[in-house]
Structures are given as C-alpha cells and as structure tokens.
Design a protein around this ligand. Structure first.
Ligand code: MN
Length: 267
C-alpha cells in the first residue's frame, strides 16, 4: 500500500492537500504516456524542495534541503519521504496545520524518463538515472542512496540519497534556485500564494515560530497582508466605480478627483 504513510500523517479535515482518494493515476498506454515530475518548494519548519517522480501511479518523493543544483560537482542531500498521490503533483497552497504545515509552491514540473529499464530494481539498488524535461530542470540526473550513519534512527534508515546533475548541455554554474525562485503555476512567490489563499488559514498554521524560517515566514506574512489589503482596496475602488457608472450621468461632488485616481491604472 504505497500511500499508507502519506494518509497516516495527515488529517484531511484540516489540510487542503489532496487526500489521494483517487490514489493512483489510471494509465492507459504505458508506451505513449509520459511520466510526470515536479519539484515543490516547501516552506515548512525548514525550507526545502520536494522532488517527486511519477512511478506506478504515485509520486516517489525526496526532500532536498538545498534544492536541485545544475552544477555537476554538487551532491545535494535528498531524504526520501513517503510516496505522494499523483494528484498532489500540481498542488500549490497553504497547509494550515499538521504534518508539513507551511506554504507549498509548484516550483517546477514537466515530464521525466528513467534511463534504466527497471525503475524498481534501480531503487532497490539505490542508483536511479533519469532525464528531466521541466521548465527549470532538464537533462540527465542521478539519485544515489548513501550509507546510513551509525546513529541513523530505524525509521530513517535507507532514506538518505544524493541528487546529482550529470554533466551535459543543461548543467552549469547557474544557481537555479536563486535565478528562478518563483512558481511555474501562479508565477508568484510564497507571499502571493499566501495572499491568494484564504488569509485566515495562516493565523493558526504558522509552521515554525523561532529561528531563521520563523523570521522569513513573518516577512512573508507581512508582505501577504499588504497584498491582501491592496487587493481589497482595489476591489472597493472597482465597486465604487461600477456604482458610479450605473448611477447615471449626473456628476457628484468629488467626482473629478476619483476619476483622476482611477486613470492612474492598476497598482
Ligand atoms: Mn515537504
């Protein structure tokens, strides 16, 4: 049961994350269907990037704290996490509380192809070579399992991997997480996602209160608050203008200044 761990960790009455009720993606023709991949930038107790590769109808998942690197000399730690339902792959939004509470941004997505015949065998062996075709990540990659440390807890054993870009046309020194930090779904940043979502969700759902992430999150919340206020002001203004247009041609006092304000265009 690939999604047991995913389901066990979440209370679907409290999280907007997909429940995976449609647990797996129905596949018609294996040959013609391309496999989906995504990277979700996740501001939880710590910022990380979740790499997810579609396999057997679910999404194999790794949390990469530093994010993917295009530099073939980098070996970035990737901690394997529970398989996620296929429907999770385009999720972007706020997880108000519980496991993984925070903000999820769809940072990249596209299709992937294994460079091996047997993905399960490669996973067992701990060496999966694959090609990505996303907006930000492309070309050949490998994910290799590393040896556990003596102090690795039983639940974490066998979950430690390294994500490495192979040297090819798509590798290079460009710092992709800094160069292309925004969502491929909404084109926004974390504060836009927060502002677009139900604003009262985050009051109860602050992922971490102290430390660097807490400070970062507070800044994001402040920025989102400004965006929400601006949006409400814009809506109020539009409503006023609409009322004006429908109220006939008669000029009311103060009309001139309102007109001037509205010709400034959208802020
Ligand atoms: Mn995550």
């Amino acid at each position: 049961m690939p999604l047991d761990e995913y389901t066990r960790k979440r209370d679907f009455a409290k999280t907007p994350e997909p429940s995976g009720a449609r647990k797996t993606r129905a596949r018609k023709t294996r040959q013609t269907a391309s496999l989906y991949f995504c990277v979700q930038k996740h501001l939880a107790s710590r910022l990380h990037y979740d790499l997810r590769l579609e396999h057997n109808g679910v999404l194999l998942s790794w949390a990469v704290p530093k994010g993917p690197s295009l530099d073939h000399r980098d070996k970035h730690m990737a901690v394997q996490t529970e398989d996620h339902p296929y429907d999770y792959g385009d999720f972007e939004g706020v997880i108000p509380e519980g496991y993984g509470a925070g903000i999820v941004m769809l940072w990249d997505h596209g299709t992937w192809q294994p460079e091996v015949e047997d993905v399960d065998a490669a996973l067992r062996k701990g060496d999966l070579k694959f090609t990505l075709d996303g907006y930000k990540l492309k070309g050949s990659w490998v994910i290799v399992r590393t040896r556990d440390r003596p102090n690795t807890s039983p639940s974490q054993r066998g979950r430690s991997w390294l994500l490495i870009k192979h040297r090819d046309f798509w590798s290079g020194a460009l710092d992709i997480t800094t160069f292309a930090p925004l969502s491929v779904k909404s084109e926004g940043d974390f504060d836009d996602i927060l502002a677009a979502d139900m604003p009262d969700l985050w009051v109860t759902g602050r992922p971490s209160r102290g430390g660097a992430t807490g400070k970062r999150l507070q800044e994001i919340i402040d920025k989102a608050a400004v965006k929400i206020i601006e949006r409400e002001e814009r809506q109020a203004k539009t409503t006023k203008q609409t009322q004006y247009r429908t109220s006939g041609t008669r000029r009311a006092p103060g009309r001139t200044s309102t007109t001037k304000a509205s010709t400034r265009g959208s802020e």
